[in-house]
Ligand binder design. Structure first.
Ligand code: NAD
Length: 375
C-alpha cells in the first residue's frame, strides 16, 4: 500500500546533482505551457533542448520561445533521436500521465509533472515503480505551494500569532465569465475525465486545494463529502455544489465548499476561480482573499489578532508567479538535491487518496472514510 508511510523517503537523493544547466524537454505544449514556461525563461539552471507535441501548430508556436530547441511529435521520436535529455516538463492531459510519465522515466529522464498525478492508485504505483526502477525523480508540481500569500499564511499559522489553530476553511467559486481563453481542445479531455468520475471542480482544480490542506496541516485521517452534480451540457457535468470536510491526524478540521456562479464576471488574467483560505486560531484568524482570479480587492493576505487587523499589500500575489517560482525551485533542486521536492510523487499519492476518499464518502452518503485504507 502506498501512502503517508512513504513520505520520509522523498528527499533521499541517489542521482548525482547537476553542475551544469540541465537539458530539458517540454512534453505537451498546450494552454498551461504559457505559465510553466515562466520557470525556464532567463534561467541559467536549464537549457531547453526539445519541444514535444503531436500538434504541429503548437510546436511552431512554442518554437518562437526556443529557436534552438529541436521539435518532435512524440517523446518516443525524441528518445530515438539521440538528443541528450536530463529532465522532462510534462504538461499532458491527465489521462496520459500514467503511461506517458512511465515512458519518460524509462528513457532515463527526471520528470516534473503537472497535477493531478493520475486517476487511480494502481496508476500511481506504476509511476512510482518506474521512478524507482530507473533511479529518477518524479516530482508532481503544485504551483499553489509557491503562491506567496499562501506561503505567508502557513508561516503565520506556524508562528503562533493566531494562538492554536482550531479549524480552517477553503472556498472556491467557478465563475462563467472573464479570464483568459481556454481552447476547446484543452476542455475536451476534461470532458472525458468527467465521464471517468474525475471532474474538473473536485478532482482537477480540487487537487490544488487538497494539496494545500496536507501541506498546511499534515496527514488526513477522515474525509466526509457531499458532491453534487450540475449538468451544463451533454456530457458536461460539473461537481457542484460540493462540500468536503476532513480531519487531520492532529485533530484540526478543514472544510472546502465548491460552487459555480455561471453568470458572474470575475476579473482574472487566468482561469475564473474565486478562491479563499481562512485559518481560525484561538486568538485570531488569517485569510487569503484571492488566488487565481482577482476577486476581493483587499490585500491578498489579512491577519487579525489581539484586536488588530494587518493587511499585506506588497506580496507577489500574481498567480502566474507561482508557476515561475515552482519551476525555478525544481530546476535549482536538480543542482542541489536539497530540501523537499514540493511536491514528491509519494506526497501526490496522499492527495490522490484524499480525493478518492471524498468520492467514496459521497457515494456512500457522506460517511467518514480513512484515505489510508483505500486499496
Ligand atoms: N497548475 C494548474 O493550475 C493547471 C492549470 C491548467 C492545467 N493544468 C494541468 O496541466 C496539464 C495540461 O493541461 P492543459 O490545460 O495545458 O491541456 P492542453 O490540452 O491545453 O494541452 C495538452 C497538450 O498536450 C499535447 N499532447 C497530447 N498528447 C501528447 C503526447 N502523447 N505527447 C506530447 N504532447 C501531447 C496536446 O496536443 C496539447 O497541446 C494537465 O495535467 C492539467 O490538469 C494545471
Amino acid at each position: 500500500m502506498i501512502g503517508y508511510a512513504d513520505i520520509g523517503d522523498y528527499s533521499a537523493v541517489t542521482f548525482v546533482p547537476y553542475d551544469r544547466p540541465v537539458r530539458a524537454a517540454f512534453v505537451g505544449l498546450g494552454r498551461i505551457y504559457d505559465l510553466n514556461v515562466r520557470g525556464y525563461i532567463d534561467n541559467p539552471d536549464v537549457e531547453v533542448v526539445a519541444l514535444v507535441d503531436p500538434s504541429e501548430e503548437r510546436r511552431a508556436q512554442r518554437q518562437a520561445d526556443w529557436p534552438d530547441a529541436a521539435t518532435f511529435a512524440s517523446a518516443a521520436e525524441l528518445a530515438a533521436s539521440g538528443l541528450e535529455v536530463d529532465t522532462a516538463e510534462v504538461l499532458l492531459p491527465v489521462v496520459l500521465h500514467a503511461d506517458g510519465v512511465s515512458e519518460l522515466l524509462d528513457f532515463g529522464w527526471h520528470v516534473n509533472l503537472q497535477k493531478p498525478m493520475c486517476n487511480s492508485l494502481p496508476e500511481a504505483q506504476r509511476m512510482l515503480d518506474a521512478a524507482k526502477a530507473n533511479d529518477r525523480i518524479l516530482r508532481v508540481m503544485d504551483n499553489y505551494l509557491f503562491y506567496e500569500p499562501l506561503h505567508r499564511l502557513k508561516a503565520v499559522a506556524e508562528s503562533g500569532d493566531l494562538g492554536g489553530v482550531v479549524g480552517y476553511h477553503m472556498k472556491m467559486v467557478g465563475t462563467g465569465n472573464g479570464g483568459w481563453d481556454v481552447p476547446w481542445s484543452s476542455f475536451e479531455w476534461q470532458i472525458d475525465q468527467m465521464k471517468r468520475g474525475r471532474g474538473i471542480m473536485v478532482f482537477d482544480d480540487g487537487w490544488h486545494k487538497l494539496t494545500t490542506a496536507i501541506w498546511l496541516f499534515g496527514p488526513i485521517r477522515e474525509v466526509r463529502a457531499w458532491i453534487g452534480n450540475l449538468a451544463v451540457g451533454p456530457g458536461i457535468d460539473l461537481e457542484t455544489p460540493a462540500t468536503l470536510i476532513w480531519e487531520h491526524s492532529s485533530g484540526i478540521r478543514g472544510v472546502w465548499d465548491v460552487t459555480i456562479a455561471m453568470d458572474m464576471y470575475l476579473r482574472s488574467d487566468y482561469y475564473t476561480n474565486d478562491e479563499r483560505w481562512e485559518i481560525t486560531g484561538s486568538k485570531g484568524f488569517a485569510r487569503v482573499n484571492r488566488c487565481t482570479g482577482r476577486g476581493i480587492q483587499q490585500p491578498s493576505l489579512e491577519v487579525y489578532a489581539d484586536g488588530e487587523m494587518r493587511g499585506y499589500h506588497a506580496l507577489d500575489d500574481d498567480w502566474g508567479s507561482s508557476f515561475r517560482d515552482s519551476g525555478r525551485y525544481w530546476l535549482r533542486w536538480l543542482h542541489t538535491g536539497e530540501g523537499p521536492l514540493l511536491w514528491s510523487g509519494e506526497e501526490a499519492v496522499d492527495v490522490l487518496r484524499f480525493a478518492l476518499a471524498a468520492y467514496e464518502s459521497s457515494a456512500k452518503g457522506g460517511i467518514g472514510v480513512d484515505p489510508a485504507l483505500l486499496t
